[in-house]
Structure formats: structure tokens, C-alpha cells
Design a protein around this ligand. Structure first.
Ligand SMILES: NC(=O)c1ccc[n+]([C@@H]2O[C@H](COP(=O)([O-])OP(=O)(O)OC[C@H]3O[C@@H](n4cnc5c(N)ncnc54)[C@H](OP(=O)(O)O)[C@@H]3O)[C@@H](O)[C@H]2O)c1
Length: 153
């Protein structure tokens, strides 16, 4: 298969999997996509060694999975959570899964509360960590974004 044809074929299969939702977002989709021409190889373990990544929504679902997988790649993951007891349980799971104490650290933040976000950001910046990235999974924002309009007389 020539390169452009292979690329078009890969895109078509990828789009079809996306639209089918269930097969696309399960292990089936991952398995098919890995076999597509031009699909990138998985990163090597330890590729993120020495890097720090903040992950919100890390107590369950996508955030928890993201934290576990980033730690496998060598990153120190900062679990940004509103329930610290659940966060500590996931941190212990991350440490155990990679056999590395301190692979995960827990930070409290309610992402629906701007004051909480500001406080967290201040503490996190003060720690002066070489943070390489942040992964935000919960789509929770404050109910109203602060208005940019100034009151006029
Ligand atoms: N799963 C999928 O296939 C999929 C696909 C497309 C889009 N999404 C979207 O991706 C996001 C995550 O999905 P998910 O399946 O991982 O959901 P989930 O398992 O319900 O996880 C949501 C996470 O967000 C945290 N969270 C919620 N509100 C918060 C707040 N105010 N402050 C701090 N943390 C908060 C929860 O913490 P607590 O433990 O404290 O509740 C939990 O850790 C959702 O917005 C979902 O709509 C998911």
C-alpha cells in the first residue's frame, strides 16, 4: 500500500471507530488502531523519568488510568483531587504498581471552586517542581465564569 493510500485507509478506520463509540473507546479500538499503517509505537517505559505531571480527576475513571500509565512511563504524578482519602488510595495504588515510593503525591483542589483552584495553583507553584504537563479530566468548572466586564457608572 503506497504511503498516501495507507494514510487515508488509517484515517478512515480511525474515524469509523470514533463514530462507533463503543468499539472505538474500548480495548477493541486500541487493538485495531495499533495495527493500522503509520500508527505510532507506544512510548518506551521510563521515557518520562524525572518529569512531573499534574492530573486532575485522578480518583477514578480516565484520571486514575492516566495517573497509573504516566507513572509506568516514569513520571512523578501529582493527583489533584477534592477527596484526599480517595486520592491517597490511588497514590498507594500507583506507588505499588510501579514499585516506587513517592511515584504519586496528593494535592487537594475542588476544580469547581475558583478560590480552591487559586490556592492549589499557589501551593503547586511554590513547590517549584519541574512540571512537564497537566492532564485535566473532570469537566467541572465554576458555575459562572467571572465577568470580564467592568461596572460602568
Ligand atoms: N469515560 C469516557 O469514556 C469519557 C469519554 C469522553 C469524555 N469523558 C469525560 O471525561 C471526564 C472524566 O470522565 P470519567 O469517566 O473519568 O469520570 P469519573 O470516573 O466520574 O471521574 C471524574 C473525576 O473527576 C473528579 N471530580 C469531579 N468533580 C470535581 C471537582 N469539583 N473537583 C475535583 N475533582 C472533581 C472526581 O472526583 P471525586 O472522586 O471526588 O468524585 C473523579 O475523580 C468527564 O467529564 C466525562 O464526561 C469521558
Amino acid at each position: 500500500m503506497g504511503a498516501p493510500v495507507a494514510e487515508v485507509f488509517s484515517r478512515l478506520v480511525d474515524s469509523a471507530l470514533d463514530r462507533a463509540v463503543v468499539p472505538g473507546f474500548t480495548a477493541v479500538g486500541l487493538g485495531v488502531r495499533r495495527r493500522l499503517p503509520g500508527w505510532p509505537a507506544d512510548p518506551q517505559p521510563s521515557v518520562l523519568a524525572g518529569r512531573h505531571v499534574a492530573v486532575t480527576g485522578a480518583t477514578s475513571g480516565l484520571g486514575r488510568r492516566t495517573a497509573l500509565d504516566l507513572a509506568v512511563l516514569g513520571a512523578t504524578v501529582h493527583l489533584v483531587v477534592r477527596d484526599t482519602a480517595r486520592g491517597e488510595r490511588v497514590a498507594a495504588e500507583v506507588d505499588a504498581s510501579v514499585g516506587r515510593d513517592g511515584a504519586a503525591r496528593v494535592w487537594w483542589c475542588d476544580t469547581a471552586d475558583l478560590d480552591s483552584v487559586r490556592t492549589f495553583a499557589g501551593r503547586f507553584l511554590a513547590a517549584d517542581l519541574p512540571c512537564a504537563a497537566s492532564c485535566t479530566t473532570p469537566a467541572r468548572c465554576p458555575p459562572r465564569a467571572p465577568s470580564r466586564r467592568r461596572a460602568t457608572s
